[in-house]
Ligand binder design. Structure first.
Ligand code: ABN
Ligand code: CU
Length: 645
């Protein structure tokens, strides 16, 4: 295919930013299988669209469809990056990554790892020593190995934790085999070491949440149906979405899951660019318990496991309610076969209370307009936890990103009856859940009215000359370089950050702007010298701003699995590039400081964290004045009685 963006759009589905189709994935894989990756020992970690450069997209020039492929040769332990030109069928780049660079863990490596661990007689023996004789009930959980000062000598390692079920639908996280770690090499398929840090009895008390365990469901919860008699207000053409004044393209990658491209807002008849590309690009979950096993739990669930590959197929009425538009996610399995995650992305509208209201008490009249949001989301299961990633677009130009965390705590065992200051005891049979954090990073390639933007930090200050003692005002400080823009939130200063375009002025001749409201602005609690802090430096600060470079995609580096640290944001910002009136990228770190509660067990009620981007002088006035009035209705007499005598 060599259609340009215009032509692709005109046929309705094909656009240079559309993810690779199943056919394109197969084509890229067969080109490699017939040439550089002909040996059986090759595995495909990811096959994804190589996005055209911004310059190509902007020019509307013909752009080749290209695939970025990451592979591993298990025989040698070496990993490779390849670029395939799908139009000409040529491998245009083939690069060996160097011994020790470990691409993300593949889905079928999970299963292989479990099977092979259970085949090892040494493992069988150590499990039996802890009372786990029924291997069908044992769950081997493949945690990423991380890096703790030891050279892995090119091995592709997992630190596998062990849990067991008491029966086939029992929750295994109630029964951790504490102090036991199986160190497994995914390339050789062998257990390389069994780390036994001392016997702790496996807790036996159950923690189940299925109806057969908790009993009959309550009957007082009546159905809620969302009805949109005239259908939803969005228009979907291929991967392009128009909703109210918003328009954007939906993308999906193995590493990030949902990606929003080319987000624009129509203002006075013109589509104004806001963000060119936005996605969740990394997360890290460090545990604060220094015990031998827990101290090494630091999953980078996006970069080490490819969180898009772990996306769920969403179900109407369960994961999403209303008039839903689904998008599939197409990825490759480790043999390069295309795999469709049906309904991986859900898009729908939600009523959102009032947008604005005023009651003019002098003439006794009220004007109200209702708000609604467009929700675009996906949910990934990363072993024990579920993460729902939700973009919310509002009619007034606000953008919100929320992560909803649910699923099951990662648990640990201690002697029954003991307590542990590093975690919450969950029962009296030795089960506890260590304190930990979930820290996320979102990458936003801002293009506010064009690519040349700048960022200010806005603090609220009290003037030194303050006779009334009541004065306060905001001070804008331009963050001129990458180093200046490594910042933490500061609620004592009511701090926020403002992305501006100096060349695009609003009604009062100020640069148009969006502001980033730094909510849930946590940073790493672990010591700066800790291994996890070295590897996840993005999580030491809330704000980073970099000069745009299409190769700078992931804040802990392209390959965080077993990384030793320093890659990604710390390396790029060491160049201290100018970020004033440049094409720039904003990276925001936020998250959930998870001090575990009893209520989080046995399955966690959803918690959410996130942040908001709001127009701040981007429009000349409230952009929702033209929203239609809605009909006031008489309350109908409830058909189902709500009164009790
Ligand atoms: N939640 C951490 C994790 C991810 C994948 C596999 C095991 C554990
Ligand atoms: Cu948690």
């Amino acid at each position: 295919m060599t259609l340009n963006s215009e032509a692709r759009t005109s046929v309705g589905v094909a656009h240079p930013l559309d993810p690779l189709s199943r056919e394109e994935i197969s084509q890229a894989v067969s080109i490699l299988n017939e040439s550089l990756a002909a040996e059986d020992s090759f595995r495909f970690v990811s096959v994804e669209l190589r996005e055209p450069s911004k310059a190509t997209l902007r020019s509307g020039a013909v752009s080749a469809r290209e695939a970025d492929v990451v592979l591993i040769d298990r025989a040698t332990g070496l990993a490779y990056e390849a670029v395939i030109d799908l139009d000409s069928g040529i491998v245009t780049r083939w690069r060996e990554l160097g011994l020790g660079v470990q691409p993300p863990i593949m889905l079928d490596e999970f299963e292989e790892c479990e099977v092979n661990c259970k085949r090892d007689p040494r493992v069988v023996e150590v499990l039996a020593g802890r009372g786990m004789t029924d291997l069908d009930l044992v769950c081997i959980e493949p945690w990423s190995a991380g890096y703790f000062g030891e050279d892995a000598e090119g091995r592709r390692l997992m630190r596998c934790l062990v849990f067991t079920r008491l029966d086939p639908d029992d929750n295994p996280y109630a029964h951790p085999a504490e102090n036991l770690v199986l160190i497994y090499d995914l390339n050789s398929g062998k257990v390389v070491e069994i780390e036994d840090n001392g016997f702790v009895a496996v807790p036996r008390a159950t923690g189940n949440y299925l109806p057969q365990h908790v009993g009959p469901a309550r009957t007082d919860i009546k159905p809620i149906e969302i009805s949109q008699p005239e259908g939803p207000s969005f228009i979907v053409t291929g991967n392009h979405v128009q909703w109210g004044n918003w328009s954007f393209r939906v993308g999906f990658t193995p590493r990030e899951g949902l990606v929003l491209h080319q987000m624009k807002f129509r203002d006075k008849g013109q589509d104004r660019s806001v963000i060119n590309r936005a996605s969740l690009v990394e997360m890290v979950v460090p545990y604060g318990d220094p015990s031998p096993v827990q101290a090494k739990k630091n999953a980078f669930d996006a970069g080490e496991y490819n969180i898009g590959v772990m996306a769920n197929s969403l179900k109407l009425g369960c994961d999403c309610l209303g008039e839903i538009q689904y998008f599939d996610g197409i990825v490759a399995d480790s043999h390069g076969n295309p795999m469709t995650i049906k309904n991986a992305i859900c898009m729908h509208e939600e009523d959102d209370s009032i947008m604005w209201k005023h009651f003019d008490f002098r003439n006794n009249s009220a004007e109200v307009r209702r708000s609604r949001k467009l929700v675009i989301s996906f949910i990934a299961t990363v072993a024990n936890y579920e993460y729902g990633f939700y973009w919310h677009l509002y009619l007034d130009g606000t953008i919100e990103f929320l992560v909803k965390a649910t699923g099951i705590l990662s648990t640990a065992g201690q002697p029954a009856g003991e307590k542990n200051k590093y975690g919450q005891t969950l029962n009296n049979d030795g089960l506890y859940a260590p304190i930990h954090q979930h820290i996320f990073n979102v990458r936003m390639d801002f293009e506010l009215d064009g690519p040349h933007n700048a960022v200010y930090e806005v603090d609220t200050e009290i003037p030194t000359d303050n006779p009334t003692l009541s004065a306060f005002y905001t001070v804008d400080r331009l963050l001129e370089t990458e180093q200046q823009a490594i910042r933490k939130a500061d609620s004592s200063k009511h701090r926020f950050w403002k992305i501006v375009n100096h060349n695009s002025r609003n009604l009062v001749d100020e640069p148009v702007a969006y502001r980033l409201m730094p909510t849930d602005a946590i940073t790493l609690a672990a010591h700066d010298d800790s291994y996890v802090s070295q590897r996840a430096q993005f999580a030491r600060n809330n704000l980073w701003v970099t000069a745009y470079d299409r190769t700078e995609r992931f804040p802990a580096g392209e390959y965080p699995n077993q990384s030793t640290g320093g890659d990604g944001l710390p390396a790029w910002t060491a160049a201290n590039r100018n970020i004033t009136d440049e094409d720039l990228v904003v990276w925001y770190t936020f998250g959930m400081h998870h001090v575990v509660r009893l209520e989080d067990w046995p399955v966690m009620p959803r918690q959410h964290v996130g942040f908001m981007l709001q127009p701040h002088g981007f429009f000349d006035q409230n952009p929702t004045l033209d929203l239609p009035r809605t009909e006031a209705r008489e309350q109908e007499t409830p058909t189902h009685c709500c009164k009790r005598d």
